[in-house]
Design a protein around this ligand. Structure first.
Ligand code: EPU
Length: 325
């Protein structure tokens, strides 16, 4: 796939190198960092391991009018085949920290949901077992309020720390974040989630383990051995997207190297070498067919990026300030 010229001047590249050393990688294929494995290269990928570096990086990019986006674990992201004309940012290091204080667990944005559940279990805390089956990290999962049909992360959130565009670290109360089914108002703050505090329920380890086992069993009905981004569509109120897609006769349908999973119809799998364009074709096709058969327009849960930004995740504006697509 042809790539557009980089949006980064030699000066910006130099400054990124000075700030991050080898943790600024130029012309980095995003497919390596995203679970579907598709998409072109970002002009740069910056690995950031502490808050102060993140603050300096975002300030540098704003001053230079460079687009940026946070990619998390890339488990709900489909980068454009033409790549991303800007800087993809991945949090690591101190953003992987977890601190447990009685029934409160404070987790950095980069912590995988699966490890969050394990840490909670090791301290006899329950509540988040449902997220065993959900890929992704704390920072990436909160804006879309990841969960199952009946449970979601937001119910357990006490507060979220976010680095906002003016460089302040703000603590937002969970009750102010309008958590609802696969949504919240977190993106409206225009910043980067750095950590979140969850208030859990004391629960014997054996019971937490039994719940985790139950959710793990459920995941066996999902096509996890192929590259995927979890569920493609949100469940429309009162319906299951997987069931609607199956009823429309689309289960197992292939377009090029992409398949509507024959195992779970709300998953799409990359059979090897697929492109983001192939996935978006399949998404459009499924939408049209479900609309025709059931009269319901499916809304995507996955974030499909264009070359300059993203649908549904934090991106920067033309002026280099964070905003939301
Ligand atoms: N179903 C079908 N055909 C299919 C797939 C499902 O008829 O091909 C039916 C099932 O029989 C069931 C219903 O649809 O009656 C719901 O299916 P399932 O229990 O698999 O749950 P889901 O609503 O499809 C949700 C989350 C998943 C999470 C599971 C855990 C959403 C959009 N998805 O899926 O989250 O793992 O619950 O039970 O809410 C994700 O968000 O990426 C994700 C994987």
């Amino acid at each position: 796939m042809p790539q557009e010229p980089s949006s980064l001047s030699a000066d910006v590249r130099h400054e990124l190198g000075q700030l991050l050393g080898g943790k600024a990688r130029f012309d980095e294929p995003l497919g390596r960092h995203c679970s579907m494995g598709t998409g072109g290269s970002a002009d740069a990928l910056c690995l950031v391991d502490n808050l102060e570096t993140l603050r300096r990086l975002l300030s540098l990019l704003a001053g230079r009018h460079v687009h940026w986006l946070i990619i998390g674990r890339g488990t709900n992201l489909l980068p454009a085949d033409l790549g991303f004309r800007g800087v993809a940012v991945k949090l690591e290091g101190e953003f992987n920290q977890v601190v447990v204080e009685q029934s409160r667990i404070v987790a950095g944005a980069a912590v995988a949901l699966a490890s969050l559940v394990e840490r909670a279990m090791s301290r006899d805390l329950g509540g988040l077992e449902f997220s065993t089956g959900i890929p992704g990290c704390v920072g990436g999962s909160l804006p879309g309020n990841a969960g199952t049909a009946s449970e979601s992360l937001g119910e357990w959130v006490e507060s979220v720390d976010m680095l906002v565009p003016d460089g302040r670290l703000r603590t937002l109360r969970g009750s102010d974040l309008a958590f609802a089914y696969r949504s919240s108002n977190l993106r409206a703050y225009g910043g980067v989630v750095t950590s979140a505090s969850f208030r859990l329920t004391p629960r014997p380890r054996a019971q937490v383990a039994a719940n985790v086992k139950r959710y793990t069993e459920k995941r066996k009905g999902q096509p996890l051995t192929f590259p995927n981004v979890g569920c493609i569509f949100k469940n429309p109120p009162g319906h299951s997207a997987g069931q609607l897609i199956e009823q429309a006769g689309l289960k197992g349908l292939r377009i090029d190297q992409m398949e509507v999973s024959a195992k779970h119809a709300n998953f799409m799998i990359n059979l090897g070498g697929a492109t983001t364009a192939q996935i978006t074709s399949l998404i459009s096709h499924v939408r049209e067919r479900v609309l025709a058969s059931a009269g319901i327009r499916l809304e995507t849960e996955v974030n499909v990026l264009d070359e300059f930004g993203a649908i549904g995740i934090a991106v920067s504006t033309e002026e280099g300030r964070p905003a939301h697509a």
